[in-house]
Design a protein around this ligand. Sequence first.
Ligand SMILES: *[C@@H]1O[C@H](CO)[C@@H](O)[C@H](O)[C@H]1NC(C)=O
Ligand SMILES: *[C@@H]1O[C@H](CO)[C@@H](O)[C@H](O)[C@H]1NC(C)=O
Ligand SMILES: *[C@@H]1O[C@H](CO)[C@@H](O)[C@H](O)[C@H]1NC(C)=O
Ligand SMILES: *[C@@H]1O[C@H](CO)[C@@H](O)[C@H](O)[C@H]1NC(C)=O
Ligand SMILES: *[C@@H]1O[C@H](CO)[C@@H](O)[C@H](O)[C@H]1NC(C)=O
Length: 440
Amino acid sequence: MLARGSSSVASRYVTLAGEMGYERLALVAAAAAMVVMSGVAAWGSPSPSPCMYIFGDSLVDNGNNNNMLSLARANYQPYGIDFHEGPPGRFTNGRTMVDFLSDMLGLRPPLVPPYATARPSDLPRGLNFASGASGILPETGNNLGGHYPLSEQVDNFRDAVSDMGNTSAFRGNTTKVTEHLGRCIFYVGMGSNDYLNNYFMPDYYDTAERYTPRDYAALLLQGYADQLAELYALGARKFVVAGVGQIGCIPYELARMNNDNQPDTPSSVANEDISISINLGGGNGGRSTSSTGANPTAGATGGYCNETINSAIAIYNKGLLAMVKRFNNNNNNGRGSQQQQMRGARFVFLDTVQSGRDVAANAAAHGFTVLDRGCCGVGRNNGQITCLPLQRPCDDRSKYMFWDAFHPTEAANRIYAAKAFGSNNTAEVYPINVSQLAAV
Ligand SMILES: *[C@@H]1O[C@H](CO)[C@@H](O)[C@H](O)[C@H]1NC(C)=O
Ligand SMILES: *[C@@H]1O[C@H](CO)[C@@H](O)[C@H](O)[C@H]1NC(C)=O
Ligand SMILES: *[C@@H]1O[C@H](CO)[C@@H](O)[C@H](O)[C@H]1NC(C)=O
Ligand SMILES: *[C@@H]1O[C@H](CO)[C@@H](O)[C@H](O)[C@H]1NC(C)=O
Ligand SMILES: *[C@@H]1O[C@H](CO)[C@@H](O)[C@H](O)[C@H]1NC(C)=O
């Protein structure tokens, strides 16, 4: 009989051995070792106790907004039409980018549950705090209703850490909690809504009047750095920070372009503010009439992109990359108290613009034939109104880069995750890939 009550693991093994005989125990042990190994063997490098915490917006939200009074919800058909692994709430047809990433990291079961419905036993393995419509600034996304801004996502994480510390696995040992969190991946993807549902929504927000794109990016990055420091203080050490994608090229913005196939005329926008990228097709990259000095952005979608938006994003992404470099450097030189910040932490930057361009440039190889329209939506580019309840989506989701006016399809998410996890191109994932980050 198995010892009951206060039996230690060792005494259970002795009891088991007595019952089963030592040879059988050895087999059991070997089988257990194989289960442990199988999570890592495919990638060659061990990923110590895979666990992942996720912060972000609708690109990675997996149902945290389901019970909120919000327009930013995706718990209705046809959202999730290709998702059969749990409750609805993802802003795409199937898996999100982080769903693929947690799978690649070896989490079993592969998906990280949403904070809104998590059980205490879920806490050590990982939680998803992401919330559609959210941004770095607290007011971002208020035009859409309820959501958790980044600072509230971090507050929710703090509560979860406290709960986790009180479970039997940790018994209030904060050292043990911190050690555990230090081994986990912290994915943070923020900022898209600070542009889409704030800066470039002048009817609701006055930020564009108050800040130049450069000052606005600085404001966002300051708020971002503060929240990353909060996560660090709670024990996070392995960060994956995603840049903002080319939102000037998403179907929503393409649908709002002033002219269908012609660059904007300077009449409505000052010359120095506007620039238009001309994609020559077939992945030749873009030729830009940019007068802003920003890198010409290849039309990821095979048409014109809104370069006013893309150049604002480029400033933000450049600042974010610089921030990541600065935080990583703090490990090497410990001069000055400011340099002590985030000591021992590692940051990986995902260049979502670069990855998106690469996917568009190699669209055919990935099986994509439609790059500028949502699979589900209404109006120009299927981007004027986003995918409506019970609307019929396109038949072959695997041929579309975009699921709706804003969000990639599962097929595109799978590629973005594979790049983050295993790309050896530092233009896409810097300075190391997520697979390497997990292994350090
Ligand atoms: C966990 O324990 C701390 C004290 O160690 C306490 O302040 C906190 O309220 C506890 N949380 C729960 C959920 O019991
Ligand atoms: C807390 O956990 C750490 C690391 O696992 C361990 O070294 C330490 O002895 C524990 N403290 C107590 C009071 O159990
Ligand atoms: C690009 O977006 C900005 C901000 O929404 C807008 O003012 C501008 O008219 C757009 N450009 C074009 C060509 O439509
Ligand atoms: C990650 O990056 C390293 C270094 O560039 C590369 O060798 C490796 O193949 C990449 N992918 C994985 C899954 O480790
Ligand atoms: C990077 O990976 C690609 C395949 O994804 C491979 O062709 C290339 O040789 C690799 N480069 C380096 C430097 O490892």
